[in-house]
Design a protein around this ligand. Structure first.
Ligand SMILES: [Zn+2]
Length: 81
């Protein structure tokens, strides 16, 4: 139901973590979906394990907020970091 509201009215974004000077992870406080936001390409894409690995490989320590989705997508996939 919450996702339906987001579908019609748009997500209610809140900053989850600043990753670099030009990118951040944002999360919808309503449906708890996380997104990767990049100022350079002006893109907002669903956050997944590949983003986690991408930023981690750039030396960014990824820290998830308790109010974000269900935790790390890496753990959700059952993968080793
Ligand atoms: Zn939402």
């Amino acid at each position: 139901m919450k996702r339906i509201i987001c579908l019609f009215f748009g997500h209610k974004y809140s900053l989850a973590q600043k990753l670099t000077d030009h990118s951040r992870r944002i999360c919808c406080t309503r449906c708890r979906q996380s997104f990767a936001m990049n100022d350079d390409v002006r893109a907002v894409l669903p956050w997944d394990a590949s983003f986690h690995r991408l930023y981690e490989s750039q030396g960014v320590k990824i820290e998830y907020q308790t109010w974000e989705f269900s935790g790390s997508p890496i753990k959700a996939q059952g993968e080793q970091p």
